[in-house]
Ligand binder design. Structure first.
Ligand SMILES: Cc1cc2nc3c(=O)[nH]c(=O)nc-3n(C[C@H](O)[C@H](O)[C@H](O)COP(=O)(O)OP(=O)(O)OC[C@H]3O[C@@H](n4cnc5c(N)ncnc54)[C@H](O)[C@@H]3O)c2cc1C
Ligand SMILES: C=Cc1c2[nH]c(c1C)Cc1[nH]c(c(CCC(=O)O)c1C)Cc1[nH]c(c(C)c1CCC(=O)O)Cc1[nH]c(c(C)c1C=C)C2
Length: 476
């Protein structure tokens, strides 16, 4: 099979698809089309001349599980081992996560003591909910909101406070609308397989994908890593992939090349760009779902309609730098449940896990305040009309009232990440099934990849690029 494959979208998902395809001799040409002036999508790091690094998108990657191993295998293959900044499970930022509830910071329960005792803001020991959970009968629904699932199995207090906050800290989303089946498949499968989350966690609830273990992945496991970043920021991962792809003869990289339209003539795709047309035998679409919907031909309207219904949320990210060590606590950061403050989602204490990203000389504290998400429009209005200055002010106020840091930051920047996190609402699994059946039934040579479908974490998205490549060329 000698084919031309076009990969649409040069975020980490599209770059991963290219990387995996480029290892196969079955593909004669791979064309990566990115609409923006740079590759990497949401992986964006500011590197200041004084050595400070600030993340505007993802800031840490988990090494755990098959998808975590898969990313580390790629990191090793790209020669980035010496750039990795690991954080172990024993580190304060892995052990300490906080909730800001009732105007106070509360450390989330951890360890045996935390589970056995009543730990505020909760009114009874976690162990009670956990033991009771084993006896609750299985749900009968095909899907359920995360909030409803957790209320049913673990009680409303955990759902209203802990799970509401967790959904804000991963999806910037509303636990009452997000699907447990698609967002937290591990919990959904545990209930289906073992009748209980607790038993599912203890006994396992299904096989993991088969992913080999590189020396780096082995090191991560032996050294008990909980998360990792890179010395010059996570943008370095997309840059290393881009550099690798430049060295592969079969790969053509095009930036500033937004896809304007797609047409099928016979078995061939015609991809309309601003300045011409490219032909391809197969497309891997690693674009946001709505961007793909806009490009598809009108004949594929049923597919476009499903794609358009995959919502996204906008997150304002404010990076703040303070002189000296000013945090009153140490840890990963804190989250706020939606009942506390709808606009402010949480604060990451970046300088705790990654002090290496502080500027050279003299201690500093780097924080990131995340705002908006599913509540963006309601609290801040139209993202096109809000100023970045407003977010810096709101963020500084939040840091002052939550953490008592009243000195002004010495440096700050705000970015409004429009439509940056897809929301897997109730029934997302069914939508995926309908879309993939449509593609199959209509023999459309297109594969979906990226954050819109099977997981939003960097690991999930990299794995989606690999799966898309394997669906074409098999394992390489
Ligand atoms: C603020 C924030 C914090 C996060 N934190 C973490 C974290 O700590 N850990 C973690 O694991 N994950 C995190 N994530 C999630 C993760 O970063 C993203 O889900 C992932 O980067 C998405 O990658 P992608 O390639 O699917 O999409 P994108 O990055 O959106 O890439 C899609 C690409 O398609 C391009 N494009 C769009 N339209 C067109 C067109 N018509 N033609 C051509 N190109 C087009 C875009 O320019 C973009 O480059 C975070 C995300 C955000 C926004
Ligand atoms: C406050 C908003 C956000 C914070 N991070 C994100 C948002 C929207 C985005 C995000 N964070 C994580 C992921 C990847 C998920 C994965 O499966 O790896 C994404 C897309 C990691 C993460 N962050 C928190 C948790 C519980 C997780 C899951 C993995 C893990 O346990 O490490 C909690 C958390 N996120 C933020 C804060 C302030 C916070 C907790 C204190 C910021």
């Amino acid at each position: 099979m000698q084919k031309t494959v076009a990969v649409l979208g040069g975020g980490i998902g599209g770059l991963s698809a290219c990387y995996h395809l480029s290892k196969s001799s079955q593909i004669s040409k791979i064309v990566l089309l990115e609409g923006d002036g740079r590759f990497g999508g949401w992986l964006r790091s500011t590197r200041r001349e004084d050595g400070a690094v600030f993340e505007h998108g993802p800031r840490a990657i988990r090494p755990a599980g098959a998808v975590g191993r898969n990313t580390l295998n790629m990191v090793e293959d790209l020669g980035l081992e010496s750039e990795v900044l690991p954080v172990t499970h024993g580190h304060a930022s892995s052990k300490n996560r906080y909730l800001y509830v009732g105007g106070q910071l509360h450390k989330m329960p951890s360890g045996l003591g935390g589970v056995l005792r009543t730990v505020p803001p909760f009114t009874r020991p976690l162990v009670q909910s956990v033991l009771r959970e084993i006896l609750i009968s299985k749900g009968k629904e095909e899907d359920e909101s995360i909030h409803s699932f957790v209320s049913r199995r673990l009680g409303t207090e955990l759902a209203d406070i802990a799970i509401d906050s967790l959904c804000r800290g991963v999806f910037a989303g509303d636990s009452r609308r997000l699907s447990v089946r698609s967002c937290l498949p591990i919990l959904y499968k545990a209930e289906k397989a073992r009748g209980s989350i607790v038993l599912g966690m203890l006994l396992g609830s299904g096989p993991e994908p088969d992913v080999p273990t590189s020396a780096l992945a082995k090191r991560a496991s032996q050294e008990n890593w909980a998360q990792w970043s890179l010395k010059t920021g996570l943008q370095n991962l997309s840059e290393a992939l881009e550099e690798r792809m430049k060295d592969v003869r079969s790969v053509e990289l095009h930036r500033d090349s937004p896809v304007k339209g797609l047409r099928m003539t016979g078995n061939t795709w015609e991809i309309k760009l601003e300045d011409g047309t490219i032909k391809a035998d197969h497309i891997i679409a690693a674009l946001p779902a709505k961007a793909l919907a806009s490009a598809l031909p009108s004949a594929a309207q049923p597919l476009s309609q499903q794609l358009r219904e995959i919502s996204t949320v906008t997150v304002a990210v404010v990076n703040l730098e303070y002189e000296g060590s000013v945090l009153p606590v140490t840890g990963f950061g804190h989250l706020l449940p939606s009942s506390e403050d709808r606009g402010v989602l949480g604060v990451v204490y970046d300088s705790v896990p990654f002090p290496q990203h502080n500027r050279n000389g003299g201690p500093t504290t780097r924080l990131t305040v995340m705002m908006g998400g599913a509540w963006f429009q309601e609290v801040f209005g139209n993202p096109e009309e809000v100023t970045e200055q407003l977010f810096v002010e709101r963020a500084t106020q939040a840091v002052s009232s939550h953490l008592g840091i009243t000195t002004p930051p010495v440096w700050s920047t705000a970015t409004i990440n429009k439509d940056c996190i897809p929301q897997y609402y109730l029934g997302h699994w069914k939508r995926l099934e309908i879309m993939r059946k449509y593609i199959k039934d209509h023999n459309m040579p297109i594969t979906l990849a990226g954050a819109s479908y099977d997981g939003v974490s960097v690991n999930d998205v990299i794995f989606s690029g690999r799966t898309a490549s394997e669906s074409l060329v098999g394992k390489v």
